[in-house]
Design a protein around this ligand. Structure first.
Ligand code: HEM
Length: 413
């Protein structure tokens, strides 16, 4: 196989803001499975990986690193200011997304249990009660915003409940959390700062109040559970706990909002699929996997930086390069999914990359699936004839790194 090295990034569009970004990804993929690109609105030059098998290869290889050292080295090569790229390691304490290898495994072992399938299933009753309340409110109205009135409260309320954010703090918390995700908001950094400050106080309060005699799975919330988490004598220190709680909050709410929103959009666009789901609610789990594959909320994994020269799919990637796996492009691989651009809820789920792959695969995938399953089942039961207002044009995108709608106007029938 010939090995090539690219020097000038190809300029590519802002895919997240498109109603249907798939054709854009497909067009890009025809130019090569691994390419050096830069977004039209700026940002870092990076290698985009657009092929399913190569994506798996990159996501399990230690050369594609997530450490702050690798990130900062790559940032320096592009003369980029680390203050503008906090997601790439930043100055924060270690968390799951800025560590590799043994350091990552230690943290992951400490938190895995809090999001295990068993623990998540114990939350079902709370999700159901919340969704019932939201649906009762929707029933009072005839003109909805399905993000603000439904998807968003599901995602945020559940993560607040799980982390143990007191009820009285939630309005502030919601404002800071939403605004700190809006990269373009003028006060984005201030709100991220306020949110971090709040989490520092919250973690300190939990550490002061926690009953150390209770085992992890009897603690009232995840933050308390993490205060007592032990793995072979190892525990999380206060900074790690703050860093991890910030990550869980950011990774765990807007993604689920995006998934529920995307499902509601797709089930409006593809009415035949909605009819099948209404006729056979057992199709729901497969339908959620298909939404994740077809248009899930994470179109790209977080950035990696190469800590050595490496070759991927015949392309030589020098040390200090940024790499993004374009999961959505990989999830339309025709060799893996016949007729990949068809939205088909009866497909056998065969493992898309929607939740990533390898050591950094999503910690919250059971929780996300549970929230989506409960929310969509109950919503369709209550409003089988709902439809989006306008012609799909009334959707406003959130403008974050997550592909999530900020507003979906809809009516009951
Ligand atoms: C539909 C919803 C979700 C999707 C599509 C999603 C997707 C992903 C993906 C693709 C990754 C891998 C990132 C990478 O390799 O760069 C990831 C990691 C992660 N996700 Fe999720 N996620 C969702 C919901 C959640 C929820 C509800 C939580 C709540 C705790 C969560 C917490 C995390 C964490 C902590 C990581 C880092 C794991 C690690 O590095 O070991 N996610 N997620």
């Amino acid at each position: 196989m010939n090995t090539t090295t690219a020097h000038t990034p190809r300029i590519v569009p802002d895919y997240e803001a498109m109603l249907d970004p798939a054709p854009g990804y497909r067009e890009l993929a025809t130019e090569g499975a691994v390419q050096l690109v830069r977004r039209v609105n700026g940002g870092l030059a990076h290698y985009a990986v657009l092929d399913y098998k190569l994506a798996q290869e990159a996501l399990r290889s230690p050369v594609f690193s997530k450490t702050s050292e690798a990130m900062h080295f790559a940032l320096r090569l592009q003369d980029a200011d680390p203050a503008n790229y906090p997601i790439s390691g930043g100055a924060g304490a270690p968390n799951l997304l800025n560590t590799d290898g043994a350091d990552h495994a230690r943290l992951r072992n400490l938190v895995n249990m809090t999001f295990s399938p068993r623990r998540v299933q114990q939350l079902r009753g709370r999700v159901e009660a919340l969704v019932d309340r939201l649906i009762a409110d929707l029933q009072e109205q005839t003109d909805w915003d399905l993000v603000g009135q439904f998807a968003y409260p599901v995602g945020l309320t559940m993560i607040c409940d799980i982390l143990g954010v007191p009820q009285g703090d939630r309005d502030n918390f919601r404002h800071w959390a939403t605004q700190s995700m809006r990269i373009t908001a003028p006060d984005q950094k201030e709100n991220a700062g306020r949110l971090k400050g709040y989490l520092v106080d919250l973690v300190q309060a939990k550490r002061a109040q926690v009953d150390m005699a209770l085992p992890m799975d009897e603690q009232p919330d995840v933050l308390s559970a993490l205060c007592v988490a032990r793995d072979g004598g190892e525990s999380l220190d206060a900074d790690e706990l703050i860093s991890m709680s910030f990550l869980m909050l950011i990774a765990g709410h807007e993604t689920t909002v995006g998934l529920i929103g995307s499902a509601l959009i797709l089930l409006d666009r593809f009415r035949d699929q909605r009819a099948m789901l209404l006729a056979d609610p057992d199709l729901m789990r497969g339908a959620i996997e298909e939404v994740l594959r077809y248009d899930g909320p994470v179109h790209q994994t977080t950035m990696r930086a190469t800590n050595a020269d490496v070759e991927l799919g015949g392309v030589r990637i020098p040390r200090g390069s940024f790499v993004h796996v374009y999961t959505m492009a990989c999830n339309r691989d025709p060799e893996r999914w016949p007729d990949p651009d068809r939205f088909d809820i009866t497909r056998k789920p065969i493992g898309s990359l929607a939740f990533g792959y390898g050591p950094h695969m999503c910690l919250g995938l059971h929780l996300a699936r549970l929230e989506a399953e409960v929310a969509l089942t109950k919503f369709l039961h209550a409003f089988p004839d709902y439809r989006l207002a306008g012609t799909g044009g009334d959707i406003e995108w959130a403008g974050t790194v997550i592909r999530a709608a900020a507003v979906i106007r809809a009516v009951p029938r």
